[in-house]
Structure formats: structure tokens, C-alpha cells
Write a protein of this length. Structure first.
Length: 369
């Protein structure tokens, strides 16, 4: 626990040194602009050239149908034939279409197996249309699959696998064939969406923009949205966004404690406060030791010896000491120091924080991941 305390203290000190007093955050780092977004693309494809690590045709009917359709487009009829190969695999292909992507530009795609293929290593993805949510094809993917993993097996049944060999990427593997039209320059009004919604932050964003422009061009409509109107001095919306996205403000932080009970990680915001409270923390340890004994039968009998279990139970309980923490809303650094003084583990600290919240002494919301 002392190592945890020192690490957290050093982390807080590093943040204090790295962030000068009064330093703000750029608007481009805390907002999203209406219409400037990615779109998800998906497609069904076939990977060829696998070294016997592909799908079983009998266990993957969609692969057999896909092979037959693909070969028919190439002038080969296999409808009445039995195809049995382990060198191909049915895959799902996914990608993100960037905003304002133009025809001919290239994007990365991710390839994942659908059936019982063991590995995609050495495979090549055949031309796969990438479909958007409107069922329109926006890109065409093809290329060699890069797999950052491997698998090996022996005749005895033993095997070794590193990472995930059934998942790979094709760098720059898709070519954009259809553009998403959105003329942002011609817009006279846009909405700015806060990534962390907060009324105070929204008001500060609108105030910073209006102060910079010298006019009431922006106003907060709710805790997550700032509406921006283009002043007459700007000919297009793109030049206006380029001017304001580098403005800096100080985002408001909610008092929040984030807990990951699986890993024991605790993250507390700077606005977390705790009222005066006394905490006692103790551990109860129960140790059970089994020592089997042998009971010998009576003399002149044919009965076998009998094993008799013998249990030794020891109970040890630490003496719990009351520790005073808080006092009229202490800051985060004093709260961490007071909790570390109890000498508890991070997992015990999670229970203490939840108990503080239940008692009403912790002025913060707790989010469990």
C-alpha cells in the first residue's frame, strides 16, 4: 500500500509540474463538430492462401455459398461440385470512413474470422465491398492480411498461441469509391457537442467564443450543446472553426470516483471532497489446516487401518484503529494521505470509499467499471 501511495503522490506531483497554473484546454480537444464524424463500414469477404489453417467447408455453409458465387463471377461453375479445401476462410471486414474522405483515398480495414479457421497468417483478402448503414457501398477492400500473432501445434495435441491469430489488418487496404457529401463551408449555423457534458463548461465555451469574436455568435442550448452562428465577417464556416478551435478554456470537472473492482484501480477527480469522518479498518484471518491421522484396528482382527481427518483452526484478527479523515471538505491530496495512513490495500480502499459514500461523508459520485 505504501508503494501505491508513493506512486499516486508522484503522479499527482508530475501533473502539477506539467500543467502550469491557469493553463486551459483547447476547444478542439473537448468538443465534436456537427457533421464532422466517422462512419462505420462492414463487409463479408473471403481470405485465400492460408496454409491449411482455414475453415472447414462442412462447418461453414456461408463459405461454400460465397466461393460458388465468387467463382461464377469469374466464369467457373462449381454448383454441382464438392469443394473441400482448408486454404480459405470466411471473414467479416470492418473499417471507419473518415469525415470528408475523397474518392481514391485509402483507409485501413480489420479482418476477423467467422467460422473455425485457426489462423489468417499469410492470407490475402479478395475484393470486398464495404457497406454503410444505408446499404450503399462506399469502399472496396483487398490486400494481404497482416497478423501480429502465431500459433503452433504438435502431433501429440499440444499447441502454443500468441495473441489472436484469427484477427488481422490490411493497412491501406480499402479504396474510397463513394464520398459522403457534407458542405460545411456553406453552413450558416452549427452545433458544437461537448464530449463531457456540463452546463458550466458549455457556458465557458460560448463565453470564450463570443469574447474572441466580439459578438454574440455562440450560446449554450443545454449541458451538451453550444450553438454557433457564423458572423458576417467570415465568408465560410471552415475559416470560423479554424479560428475558434484553438481557444482555451478550463473545463469543469465533476466530483467523481471511478473504481475498477476487477483490477483494483481507483481514480479520483480533483474536486472530490470528504467531510469529517472516523474510519476503523481491520482484517479477520481464518486458517484451517488438515492433518490426516491413522486409526489402527483392534488386535486379532482383519479390519484395515482407517484414515481419520484432523482439523486445526486458527483465528487471527487485527486490532482496528480509528483514524480521523477529512474536515470541512478536504482536497484530494489530503484525502489520499489520510486513506493511505490506514495502511489498507487498494481493494480495501474500494470498500472504504463505497462506505464513505453510503454514510454521506463523500461528496462525489462513484462509478464502478
Amino acid at each position: 500500500m505504501r508503494v501505491f501511495a508513493r506512486t499516486l503522490s508522484c503522479f499527482l506531483a508530475a501533473l502539477a509540474l506539467a500543467s502550469p497554473v491557469g493553463a486551459g484546454t483547447r476547444l478542439k480537444d473537448i468538443i465534436d463538430i456537427e457533421g464532422v464524424r466517422e462512419n462505420q463500414l462492414t463487409g463479408y469477404g473471403i481470405v485465400f492462401g492460408l496454409n491449411g489453417s482455414g475453415d472447414s467447408i462442412r462447418n461453414c455453409p456461408m463459405l461454400q455459398q460465397g466461393l460458388a458465387s465468387m467463382l461464377e463471377r469469374l466464369g467457373i461453375n462449381t454448383r454441382d461440385s464438392t469443394v473441400n479445401t482448408k486454404n480459405v476462410a470466411a471473414v467479416m471486414v470492418t473499417a471507419n470512413l473518415p469525415p470528408f474522405a475523397t474518392n481514391g483515398s485509402r483507409i485501413d480495414v480489420t479482418v476477423s474470422t467467422m467460422c473455425d479457421a485457426k489462423s489468417l497468417e499469410g492470407g490475402t483478402l479478395l475484393a470486398t465491398p464495404m457497406i454503410g448503414a444505408d446499404s450503399q457501398a462506399y469502399a472496396l477492400a483487398q490486400g494481404s492480411v497482416a497478423v501480429g500473432a502465431f500459433t503452433a501445434s504438435g502431433n501429440s495435441g499440444s499447441s502454443l498461441t500468441r495473441n489472436i491469430p484469427t484477427n488481422g489488418r490490411v493497412p491501406n487496404g480499402a479504396t474510397i469509391e463513394r464520398e459522403l457529401r457534407f458542405d460545411i463551408s456553406a453552413q450558416s449555423e452549427l452545433r458544437l457537442a461537448l464530449r463531457n457534458p456540463d452546463f458550466t463548461t458549455a457556458a465557458r465555451i460560448a463565453g470564450a467564443i463570443n469574447s474572441f469574436l466580439g459578438t454574440d455568435a455562440a450560446f449554450a442550448t443545454d449541458l451538451a450543446t453550444v450553438r454557433l452562428r457564423r458572423p458576417q465577417a467570415f465568408r465560410d464556416m471552415s475559416s470560423l472553426i479554424a479560428q475558434i478551435e484553438s481557444l482555451e478554456i478550463e473545463p469543469e470537472q465533476r466530483a467523481r470516483v471511478v473504481i475498477n473492482e476487477t483490477t483494483g484501480v481507483i481514480v479520483m477527480g480533483d474536486n472530490v471532497r470528504v467531510s469529517t469522518v472516523a474510519i476503523a479498518q481491520g482484517n479477520l484471518t481464518i486458517q484451517v489446516q488438515e492433518t490426516p491421522g491413522v486409526a489402527m484396528p483392534n488386535s486379532f482382527t482383519n479390519a484395515p487401518p482407517v484414515v481419520v481427518p484432523q482439523s486445526n483452526i486458527a483465528v487471527a484478527e487485527d486490532v482496528a484503529k480509528l483514524a480521523m479523515i477529512g474536515g470541512n471538505g478536504v482536497p484530494l491530496r489530503e484525502l489520499v494521505t489520510g486513506l493511505n495512513a490506514l495502511g489498507v490495500s487498494p481493494r480495501d480502499l474500494i470498500v472504504i470509499l463505497q462506505a464513505l459514500k453510503t454514510s454521506g461523508a463523500l461528496q462525489a459520485e462513484i462509478e464502478v467499471m
